[in-house]
Structure formats: structure tokens, C-alpha cells
Ligand binder design. Structure first.
Ligand SMILES: Cc1ncc(C[n+]2csc(CCOP(=O)(O)OP(=O)(O)O)c2C)c(N)n1
Ligand SMILES: [Mg+2]
Length: 285
């Protein structure tokens, strides 16, 4: 298979994941739309190319670890896990239902394959530091830890405690991916609490920083591959993404942070995504 062909297949998977996100959120009648849609390309790259995992054996001892620190974005993780075969896609429609394994924020003990419980923002990077240090002490050289955080989430002070910790122990088996979508719950990040100069901030804490287009799957794969190869420092990937990516009326609008589409909006969104799939196929015929 040529590289171009495999990238097309991954792009189609990202469309499937976006469709699942829309369907599950509409069915649940609550939940977060913008962040999950924006993260679909990063999750596709992680689960279908970069991470060493086995969906049929979620507790495989040599697996890589992914921690979703911005737990409200978990619809993208559920949709990707179902796409990868961790559980049947039909279960996606149980999102947020009483007793479901797919709660509105991830619960590790409920669903095999989830590596952390989150929702309260700010904890994932500290958890990732602990796991990465543990792997080093256990001499598990192949394994890698990935932590996904929101950009608004960086307002949490304990992120920066972990940001000091990782370079001190040179945790080069740890990569943090910041979803730089410029929105958070109440508005643009730079209005609510300015983060810039974000690259310089991470660098000054001792990290190697890569800035990428987080909606370009090939670029994401290249950056994650490079991050693993860099051994001098832990790596922070600032991934610029479009909140609501793939659904025109949701893109770049913070009001979609925590709102699901209603029936009409879901229909429109699914129509747009079908068109997008056609374009992806057509461009490479
Ligand atoms: C400790 C804590 N404080 C506040 C919240 C409420 N909250 C949920 S999401 C969110 C915004 C986070 O922004 P970002 O990480 O950029 O998410 P995005 O809007 O991009 O999905 C906030 C403040 C929370 N979940 N946890
Ligand atoms: Mg954000």
C-alpha cells in the first residue's frame, strides 16, 4: 500500500469518527461537540498508526498508554475505540445513559482500554509523568505515554507542576499533545486567560516543542514519530486544531464547546461529512 493510499484510508476513518460523534451526541441529547470533532485527526493518527496497542487485548502488558486529560472530549475517544474494534459501534448510542460504560467523562474502571478517569481538568499530565517514570523504573523501553490536554485546561496550575517534573527526570517516553483550538468553555482562550507565548512557556520549562497542524493526519503522524525519536527532552506538541472541524456551522465557534446537535443540526452535519468523504475519495481517483 502506498503512503498516499494509507493516508486516504486514515482520512476516511476520521470522517467515520466524526459521524459517530454527531450520532452519539444527538442521541444522548447532551455533551461536547467542538473539541471532539477537532481532535478526530489526532485520535485517528494515534489509534491507527502511532500507538502500539491491541484492541482485542486492551491490557496487553507492552501497550502504549493514552491519557485523555480533557475528559469532556471523550466522545472522540469512544468513537475511535469503536472504530478500532474495542467494542461494537452500536454501543456508542449508550453515551451518557444511566449504567452505560460510556459516561460523559471517561471512567477507567468501566471500559477496558480507557487508561484514566478524568473530567476535573488538570490531572492527566501528572498521571502521565507517574506512569512514564514507572515504565522507566521497570525498564520498559518500548512503551510510550501520550497525554492529550485542552488549551483552556492549561489554566490549571497543576499542569505546570507536571511540566516542571517531566524535564527534571528527562521523561523522554512521555509526549503531551496540547489541543490548541483557541476556545474553552466561556470564550476564546486569549480572552478568558491568555496563554501566549505558549511555545516559549513550554520551552522555558525544559520541553522540546513542536507546533503542527493538528487536523492534518500525515503531519500529526510525522510529529508523533519525531517526538518518540527525540530523547534529550520530553516533547510537547502544540497541535493547532479547528474546533468543530468538519461541520461548517460548528467550526471556530466556542458556543459549541458543550452543546450537542439537535436532530436537524445532526442531519445537516452528517450531510456535510458525507460530502467530505466523497471529496476525499474523489481527489485521489
Ligand atoms: C478543574 C475543573 N475546572 C473547571 C471545569 C469546567 N470545564 C469543563 S471544560 C472547560 C474548558 C476547558 O477548555 P479546553 O480544555 O480548551 O476545552 P475545549 O473547549 O477546547 O473543548 C472547563 C472550564 C472542569 N471540568 N474541571
Ligand atoms: Mg480548547
Amino acid at each position: 500500500m502506498s503512503n498516499t493510499q494509507s493516508i486516504i484510508q486514515l482520512e476516511e476513518k476520521a470522517v467515520n469518527i466524526r459521524e459517530s460523534i454527531i450520532r452519539m451526541l444527538e442521541h444522548a441529547g447532551s455533551g461536547h461537540s467542538a473539541g471532539p470533532l477537532g481532535l478526530a485527526d489526532i485520535f485517528t493518527a494515534l489509534y491507527f498508526d502511532v500507538m502500539r496497542i491491541d484492541p482485542k487485548n486492551p491490557t496487553w502488558e507492552e501497550r502504549d498508554i493514552l491519557l485523555l486529560s480533557n475528559g469532556h472530549c471523550v466522545p472522540v475517544q469512544y468513537a475511535t475505540m469503536a472504530e478500532a474494534g474495542y467494542f461494537p459501534k452500536s454501543e456508542l448510542l449508550t453515551l451518557r445513559k444511566f449504567g452505560s460504560r460510556l459516561q460523559g467523562h471517561p471512567e477507567r474502571l468501566k471500559l477496558p482500554g480507557l487508561e484514566n478517569t478524568s473530567g476535573p481538568l488538570g490531572s492527566g499530565l501528572s498521571q502521565g509523568c507517574g506512569i512514564a517514570l514507572g515504565m522507566r523504573l521497570d525498564k520498559q523501553k518500548q512503551r510510550h505515554v501520550y497525554v492529550v490536554t485542552g488549551d483552556g485546561e492549561l489554566n490549571e496550575g497543576n499542569i505546570w507542576e507536571a511540566a516542571m517534573f517531566a524535564p527534571k527526570y528527562n521523561l523522554n517516553n512521555l509526549t503531551v499533545i496540547v489541543d490548541r483550538n483557541n476556545i474553552q468553555i466561556d470564550g476564546p482562550t486569549e480572552v478568558v486567560m491568555p496563554l501566549e507565548d505558549l511555545k516559549k512557556k513550554w520551552e522555558s520549562f525544559g520541553w522540546h516543542v513542536l507546533e503542527i497542524d493538528g487536523n492534518d493526519i500525515e503531519t500529526v503522524i510525522d510529529a508523533l514519530t519525531m517526538a518518540k525519536a527525540i530523547v534529550e527532552k520530553p516533547v510537547c506538541i502544540i497541535a493547532y486544531t479547528i474546533p468543530g472541524k468538519g461541520v461548517d456551522f460548528m467550526e471556530q465557534d466556542y458556543h459549541w464547546h458543550g452543546v450537542p446537535p439537535n436532530h436537524e443540526q445532526a442531519k445537516q452535519a452528517l450531510h456535510e461529512l458525507r460530502t467530505l468523504r466523497g471529496k476525499i475519495r474523489g481527489e485521489h481517483e
